[in-house]
Ligand binder design. Structure first.
Ligand code: GLP
Length: 244
């Protein structure tokens, strides 16, 4: 779907999330959301906060799983995704803290495998992700699944691509400060979601959106694996759609 601008597009994504939450509420069930960070989803979160504050939308029956986190990372650091999610969303809604899941940047290396396995099990136990929202990196990464990530990959520790670290440099005040690794859901974890919404705004994303949507399916552009997903919606503004 192509929208005139990111604002309109983001409102439509927030409405899909609201509809899911209300539908699950009716049946006393939990809505399981896969959430993303970065500049792309911020307006979706702003709209969800508005729906909570002005329309009384409740998140009491919502569980969330974030895609990724830098490793290592202190949760109170400026660049932490825990902090990002609290600031944009969680601090402003009535979600139960125990229903929030974000990969833990504080783990000891020896604890990582068990943590990643338990992250997957928690998703499965809740019946899987109902909606996974995604941005896309210049490398074609979804979450932090960099080129080379297999379609079957699960939650794990990965090494960040050079391009991703360059793109993150401004957040960390220099490329050297950008962590070399991250924890991320796998491509397989993402593909298992019942619905996937990939968002991209601005002309800087037009090249990679073209590759992701119309390019050959390859692990060199992990977002291309979404072409095999039965319910993926790609939502872009006109600038990001320029090469389609
Ligand atoms: C980071 C995140 C991704 C995100 C990407 C794009 O790498 N881990 O989930 O999609 O950045 O960021 P932005 O939305 O700021 O363009």
């Amino acid at each position: 779907a192509i929208f005139a601008d990111a604002q309109q597009a983001s409102i439509s994504v927030a409405q899909s999330i609201r509809d899911l939450i209300l539908e699950k509420q009716k049946h006393n069930k939990t809505a399981v959301l896969g959430l993303a960070t970065g500049s792309t989803p911020t307006r979706v979160y702003e709209e969800l906060v508005r729906m909570h504050q002005e329309e009384g939308l409740s998140f009491a029956n919502v569980a969330t799983f974030n895609l990724d986190e830098y490793y290592p990372m202190q949760p109170d650091s400026l660049q932490s995704y825990v902090r990002f999610m609290n600031e944009y969303l969680f601090d402003h809604i009535d979600i139960k803290r125990e229903n929030i899941h974000i990969p833990d940047g504080l783990l000891d290396v020896s604890e990582i495998n068990a943590f990643c396995q338990s992250y997957e099990e928690k998703i499965t136990k809740l019946g899987g992700l109902d909606i996974q929202i995604l941005g896309i990196g210049r490398t074609g990464h979804i979450g932090f699944n960099e080129p080379g990530s297999q379609a079957s990959s699960r939650t794990r520790l990965i090494s960040l691509d050079k391009i991703t670290r360059v793109d993150a440099a401004s957040d960390f005040f220099s490329e050297e400060n950008v962590p070399r690794r991250a924890l991320t859901m796998g491509v397989g974890t993402i593909i298992d979601a019942k619905k996937v919404i990939l968002m991209a705004w601005g002309e800087g994303k037009s090249r990679i959106i073209h590759k992701a949507v119309e390019g050959e399916i390859t692990d060199m552009v992990p977002a291309t694996f979404l072409q095999n997903h039965p319910d993926t919606l790609v939502i872009v503004d006109e600038a990001a759609a320029a090469e389609l």
